[in-house]
Design a protein around this ligand. Structure first.
Ligand code: AMP
Length: 392
């Protein structure tokens, strides 16, 4: 019997899947359904990177999920699916851990959809589809917000009238599954750092930073939505709210148009006029591409400083995410102006993508740790069905 747990990460037009054995860190298979809809495609790979034949109805998320499972069953005819773990963007103000989904939980998570209208409905549709397709298999929701529930009030609030805080207008923070993984890896491999003050830079198409002290999130650059903080592939990062008033009052833009501008047309794409992709910008030889990277680097430097202030100092800086794990140039440039906080990288180690890239004499360690959100979800799913002692 191949006993396994499935992880699902449902986006607006994509569905990431991974099949994990009942123990161990390596998935049996991973896959991505992209452009879910009339032009949907599904790619599945086994642990050795070999292609798993996949076909089916890719016009909906439910269809894509069933197509992936059918392909896994063809590959492992004795597959016994023990639990399904889901990435859910928003768990609300109180959920600090994964939860096994029942009707009451689902209703409560639906209530949070207005706080994350672009993501939460897709995540919940994924859960509903999984319940329909696999009745009786436990469904476990893992939240991007959960890791940040330890923030003190000053990092949890805006200076708006109190009633708005009370109805949920707060700084939730996101990318929590990634930070959870990094905190766990630090505890496992560098416990002296894990007990200290760490800034983690999750720099990918979505980008944020988190200040962690003794394994607990103290502050994050993302706030009420996944728009705040650092510039991202197509998202603006922090903007003066006065700009939004200007766009509404003077340019007559609707909420939908502003949402589109902030989420889809800004960030690296908006500044460069070329691409949301860091690799493309690094290879491009245009002044606007260079300025987009300059701005990204500058905001990263600023936010490391701000989070170090929130932590009362810094013992380690950790890079993860597609840019953080791969772009030597961006890592080196961010660290260039952080010497005043004891950060100094060893350029040979940085060029080699080593795990520790700080120089031997530097006061502050700098690490590169590939993140693994899927594994965090798989562990929670295992815990929910009693395979491990982790909470779910
Ligand atoms: P993610 O969302 O974590 O998958 O990260 C995607 C981002 O990582 C994109 O901007 C990619 O261009 C960037 N990226 C991936 N590999 C590299 C690389 N070798 N050099 C620079 N950027 C990279």
């Amino acid at each position: 019997m191949t006993r396994a747990v499935l992880t699902l990460n449902a986006g607006s037009s994509s569905l990431k899947v991974a099949l994990f054995p009942e123990a161990g860190d390596l998935p049996l298979a991973t896959g991505l359904a992209d452009k879910v809809g009339p032009d949907g495609v599904l790619h599945l790979k086994d642990a050795a990177g070999g292609t798993i034949a996949a076909a089916g109805d890719l016009t909906t998320h439910a269809g894509a999920m069933e197509a992936a499972i059918a392909s896994f069953r063809a590959q492992w005819p004795d597959l016994d699916l023990l639990a399904i773990g889901h990435r859910v963007v928003h768990g609300g103000a109180d959920r600090a851990a994964p939860v096994t989904v029942d009707d009451a939980v689902l209703t409560d998570l639906e209530r949070l959809a207005p706080f994350a209208p672009l993501h939460q409905p897709h995540n919940l549709a994924g859960i509903r589809a999984a319940i329909d397709a696999f009745p009786g298999v436990p469904q476990v929701a893992c939240f991007d917000t959960a890791f940040h529930r330890s923030h003190p009030f000053v990092n949890d609030t805006f200076a708006l009238p109190r009633a708005l805080y009370d109805e949920g207008v707060r700084r939730y923070g996101f990318h929590g599954l990634s930070y959870d993984y990094i905190a766990g890896e630090l505890a496992r491999t560098a416990p002296h750092l894990a007990e200290g003050r760490v800034v983690v830079a999750h720099l990918g198409n979505g980008a944020s930073m988190c200040g962690i002290q003794n394994g607990r999130s103290v502050a994050s650059t993302m706030g009420f939505s996944a728009l705040d903080g650092l510039p991202m592939g197509t998202r603006s990062g922090q903007v003066d709210p006065g700009v939004l008033l200007y766009l509404m009052d003077q340019k007559g833009m609707s909420a939908g148009q502003i949402s589109d501008l902030l989420y889809k047309q800004s960030g690296l794409l908006g500044l460069s006029g070329l691409s949301n992709d860091m690799r493309t910008l690094e290879a491009a030889n245009t002044p606007h591409a260079a300025e987009a990277i300059d701005y990204f680097v500058f905001r990263c430097q600023r936010e490391v400083g701000a989070l170090a202030a929130a932590l009362g100092g810094i013992d380690a800086l950790v890079f993860c995410g597609g840019i953080g794990e791969n772009s030597r140039q961006v890592r080196a440039r961010i660290c260039e102006r952080l010497g005043w906080m004891g950060i100094e990288i060893d350029h040979a180690k940085n060029a080699g993508n080593d795990r520790v890239i700080s120089s031997d004499l530097a006061r502050t360690s700098v690490l590169v740790i590939p993140t693994n959100e899927e594994l965090v979800i798989a562990r929670a799913a295992r815990a929910a069905v009693g395979l491990t002692k982790e909470a779910a």
